[in-house]
Write a protein that binds this ligand. Structure first.
Ligand code: FES
Length: 78
């Protein structure tokens, strides 16, 4: 199982990456103010930062305080 979305606001990282690119958002704050993603439970914030940093939209579940690592999506992750 991989992390591919903001569960609270039901948006995939792929959707959010496209919005970020189209609007020149470079920070999680910009993205959150516009979409609310990251402003619910906050669990997706490290993944949003990693998405902005790397362009990846699928991540392994992170361990402890380690930064999210990109992962290949399984069919059920899409
Ligand atoms: S998963 Fe994104 S705010 Fe909860």
């Amino acid at each position: 199982m991989a992390v591919t979305r903001c569960v609270c606001y039901r948006m995939t990282f792929a959707e959010l990456r496209e919005l970020a690119r189209a609007n020149d958002w470079t920070t999680v704050a910009q993205l959150s103010l516009a979409t609310h993603c990251g402003m619910g439970c906050g669990g997706c914030r490290p993944y949003l930062q990693a998405m902005l940093d790397t362009g990846a939209t699928c991540f392994a579940v992170r361990q402890g305080d380690q930064p999210p690592q990109p992962a290949a999506p399984e069919p059920w992750d899409l």
